[in-house]
Every structure is written in C-alpha cells, then in structure tokens.
Ligand binder design. Structure first.
Ligand SMILES: [Zn+2]
Length: 494
C-alpha cells in the first residue's frame, strides 16, 4: 500500500464521504490543538509514519471525529487550518499557521528542557540563584553572555547534561556586547553552539576569538575527538605531555626581545645595527630560544602553553595541529613560519612570526629528546641575525645626558651594501652621527661623524665630564680665526 493509499484507508472510515479521499479531506480542519509528546515515539494516525514527536489534532467538521497527525501530513494533504475565531484559512495561510505552531512547540520544548536543566542545577548548587535565571529567560527568551558562560561552566562542573543549542544568547544591548568583547576565548568557545549565525559573525568581527584557526574546513574546536575518529593518534596529545612531564625550563619566564633589541624609548636600536643576515629555511635548536617579542613574554613557557595570555584559542589549535601532524616542525614544512632573531650571536627570540609555534616546538623537541635521546633541530626556520654596534649605542645613551652642557647628538642608519650568498641575504649599514656642540659659545660647532669618530668624541667628552679645557678653548679660537673653521668638533681624533 502506498503512502496515499494508507492515508485514505485511515481517513475514509472516520469521514462522512466514504469513497473519494480528496473530498473526504475537505471535511477536516486543524484548529490549533497541538501536543509535544516529549519523545519522538508517536505515530501519525493518518499516514502511519512512526517517530512523531509533535502531534497536531485535526477534526472532522461534520461528525467531530479527531485524528492526531504529523505537521507534514497537514501540509502535504492541504488540510485547512482555522484561525482562533474558527474561520477557515486559505491553503497558504493554513500552511503558515501549521509551520508557526510547529516552531512554537519546538521553542517551548527547548525552553522546558532548559528550565528542567536549571532546576537540576539548583538542586546540586545551593548558591545558584535559579529564580533570577528563570525569570530572565522567561522574559527575554535568552541569556546574557555572562549568564550563559556561568551557567555552562556550572553545568559542566556538576556533570549535568545539556544541549548548548537549546540555550539562546542575546547581544542586542551594549552591555551584552561588552561582555562578549571582554570574554576569554575559551568561554566564547563554550558559548559558540548557542550563538546564532549573525551572532557568530559579530563575534568574529568584534573580538579576537578565532573559532577556526588555520583552516576553515576544520570544525574541531567543539569536537575535540574529531581527529581521533579520522586518524589514529600515535602518541598522547602534546599538551598532556606539557602538563604531565613539565620540563624544568618550562618554568622559566619567556624573555622579551624588547629587553635585548629595544626600539622604543629614547634610543632606537635599529640605528646601531651594522649588519643583518636573513637565513631562510634554516635549522634551529629550540633550546637556544629564550624569548619572544611581546605575545607571551613575561609568562613562563608552561603558562604560555596552558594558560596563554594572548589568543588562547590559537595556542590550543597550534598544539592540536602538531598532534595531527607531528612531522611538521622537522621536515621543513614550517616554511619559515617561525622567525627567530638574535643579536650579536646571542640567544634567539621569536619576533616577527610563529610565536605560538615557537612555544609548541620547544615542547615538541623536548618530548622527542625524551623519546629518542636525540634533541632534534626544527627545520624551515627563518633566522634573522642582527649585529649592532653596542659600544656606540652605550656611548650615545650616555652623551644624551650632556644635553644641558650644550651637546646634542642624533643618529641615523645608512645602508652600505646588500648581497646574497648561499641563500642568505646580507645587509650592511653604518650609523651616522650628527653632533652639535655649543659649549664654546656663539655659533655651535657641528659635524657628521662616522661610528669610529663618534666613539672617540664621546669618550673624550665623558672623560672630561662634559667640561672643556683651556687648551680646547684656545684650539677653538685658533680654528676660528686662523683657519676660518667654525664647524669641526674639537676632540682628540687620533
Ligand atoms: Zn502523516
């Protein structure tokens, strides 16, 4: 028997018209009585379809017979609905009424389930003010981001099962938007399933939260077992190693590149750099990496891994990426994704890229070392060697303090040369100093000095603590009147 035949066999005996199914159908109306059976265990009395949860009552207008049917059947057979006053609606209006009522049932069901969840939570947590939550959700049909974050956290704490999508969030008010803006990424991740599509867009545009880092096709943040299903994991997740076998260096604070290579403040280090060597796709010993530029600097390596102060979702994703692809750091696939800088051959800092990966790679190398006895090198690193004239820098800083004596100094960097050799890219520079010395009165003496001249001048001034000797004053007059030299600086140039 076909679906239509089966439906006719069920409907005709309860109708006045006993033979023609389309005519009999016109005797029936849906008047707005609907029921949620709470479980999809019912059967449609019209077509016999099983697993029906939401039942809609249709009534025969001639004999008062009733049937409980699914909403699809009402729509498919074009059974008319009535409005609350009993007026029969046209087919389009009828369909709208049925669909609206079904949505209502679904929403009510979610709300009921949600309130049951709240009640269950109130039963185990005395401090939980269930009444405020219930009245809020009754009134607004949704929670604020902070409310929902607290709720999910408490439900998790008490192992109370819930369906995140049953909960709705409201971010219409500024206060609610502010809550989301300030919210830690791990909390936003919890809320994510409860967010509507437009709310998700808002979060992506207005917060640092990255729901899916690296690859848009991977939806792992909410399905952490996704990888387990697809490919067997050979060893336990790296983050478990980090927390379980924490190496001693992980308790050291991540140093800031800014301490070593300061570009802020009165003196910009870059002007004292005489040589920069870029070495792409090279090897790095991660034990020599002691810091970063900002990002996690100031935290310990352990904290950066498990409680990162910056973009925690990205940190977690980079850890998972490693679990998925453990050869990533060792076969060159990194492709300069980690950029390490060092000054004058000192230790390394990640500065312009790969700050998350640097943290992960240090732990990955350590674990490999424990497993194999050999400390591996990370391949495919962009190394950036800086060499700077730190002596000139130090003298420059000290001369700045002689401004009140009438000595002004400034510096700029001039490029000398650029070359490529064996895949390395080399730049050479020299600092150029402009010194303005008004200690002799009248017009100041001023001159461009190279680094070597500057060092001599600076030492000379420092030796005399900024004072000029009688001999120097004579020298000044002699240059001025004897040689018409009003500009040369007076110092021991040899
Ligand atoms: Zn049916």
């Amino acid at each position: 028997m076909s679906w239509a035949e089966r439906s006719a066999a069920n409907l005709l005996p309860l109708s006045v018209e006993q033979r023609r199914f389309p005519v009999a159908l016109r005797e029936w109306v849906y008047a707005g009585d609907m029921y949620d059976m709470e479980t999809p265990g019912g059967t449609c009395e019209l077509c016999g379809h099983p697993d029906i949860r939401y039942h809609f009552k249709i009534v025969n207008q001639h004999n008062g017979n009733e049937m409980l049917v699914g909403s699809e059947c009402i729509n498919r057979f074009g059974i008319a609905a009535t409005d609350p006053l009993g007026n029969v609606l046209n087919p389009e209006e009828s369909r709208q009424r049925v669909n609206r009522d079904r949505r209502f049932l679904v929403t009510e069901a979610k709300k009921r389930k949600l309130i049951n969840t709240l009640v269950e939570l109130a039963g185990v947590e005395e401090q939980f003010n269930i009444q405020s939550f219930i009245s809020y959700v009754m009134e607004r049909d949704a929670f604020t981001p902070d409310q929902l974050a607290v709720l999910f956290w408490r439900l998790d704490q008490h192992h109370i099962g819930y369906t995140p999508t049953d909960f709705k969030l409201t971010i219409r008010r500024d206060r609610e938007k502010t809550q989301l803006r300030r919210m830690a990424a791990w909390k936003i991740r919890k809320l994510w399933p409860a967010l509507s599509a437009s709310q998700r867009r808002w979060v992506q545009e207005n917060t640092d939260y990255e729901s899916v880092a690296f690859s848009a096709s991977k939806v792992w943040p909410f399905h952490p077992i996704w990888f387990d299903r697809r490919r067997p994991r050979l060893s336990k997740p790296l983050i478990e190693y980090v927390t379980g076998n924490t190496p001693s260096w992980a308790h050291e604070t991540i140093r800031n590149w800014e301490e070593v290579y300061s570009r802020s403040g009165a003196v910009d280090m870059i002007n004292f750099v005489t040589r920069e060597v870029f070495e792409p796709m090279s090897q790095a010993d991660m034990r020599e990496v002691i810091g970063q530029y900002d990002h996690y600097a100031g935290q310990t390596w352990l904290d950066a891994a498990i409680d990162p102060q910056y973009k925690p979702s990205k940190m977690r994703s980079v850890f998972r990426m490693y679990d998925e692809n453990p050869s990533y750091y060792f076969t060159g696939k990194l492709e300069n994704g980690i950029c390490l800088s060092s000054l004058n051959g000192g230790p390394w800092f990640s500065d312009s890229g790969g700050n998350h990966r640097t943290v992960v790679a240090k732990f990955a190398c350590e674990r490999k070392f424990e497993e194999t006895g050999i400390y591996p090198h990370v391949s495919g690193v962009m190394k950036h060697h800086y060499f700077a004239d730190l002596e000139a820098l130090d003298l420059f800083k000290r001369l700045l303090e002689f401004r009140d004596h009438g000595i002004h100094v400034s510096v700029e960097r001039r490029r000398l040369n650029e070359s490529r050799l064996h895949g390395k890219h080399l730049f050479e520079y020299t600092p150029a100093f402009f010194v303005w010395d008004s200690r002799f009165g009248g017009d100041a003496r001023s001159q461009w000095l190279c680094a070597q001249q500057f060092r001599r001048f600076a030492r000379h001034v420092l030796r005399q603590n900024g004072q000029i000797t009688r001999l120097e004053r004579l020298q000044h007059y002699w240059l001025q009147f004897g040689r018409s030299d009003y500009e040369s600086l007076i110092y021991k140039s040899q």
